[in-house]
Design a protein. Structure first.
Length: 122
């Protein structure tokens, strides 16, 4: 699957996605860091990439409707998470992805659970 990893993910997280066989691009590699959220959303839609981010703003389905995307994944962490916890949440997401597609949905990945929002329109 094709993913865009937001600027808050480093090389270790990228390797987890690559090891699972996914095609990834990063906000950093495309020099999009600091761009407006709306611009990043539009780039992901155009490239048909699922956005993976820690930015809770992307959980707002009125601003960023998932039904026009390849998926939006918001990783919710406690304050100041360790790298180990962040990697655990990414692995939790990738395991769930093997069971269900993320396209046209918003997934909020938290410790021990994933909440899925699917838009009515599509």
């Amino acid at each position: 699957m094709k993913f865009k990893l937001d600027e808050n993910f480093g090389s270790r997280t990228q390797e987890i996605f690559r090891a699972a066989g996914h095609d990834i691009q990063t906000v950093r590699s495309q020099k999009l860091q600091g761009c407006l959220d709306q611009n990043l959303y539009e780039v992901c839609c155009k490239e048909q990439r699922c956005l993976v981010t820690l930015d809770l703003d992307f959980a707002d389905v009125t601003r960023f409707p998932p039904n026009t995307t390849s998926g939006i994944v918001v990783i919710r962490t406690p304050r100041n998470p360790s790298i180990v916890l962040l990697e655990q949440l990414v692995r939790q997401f990738l395991q769930a992805l093997a069971q269900m597609p993320v396209e046209k949905k918003l997934w909020i990945v938290e410790v021990g659970r994933i909440r899925i929002h699917q838009s009515e329109a599509g």
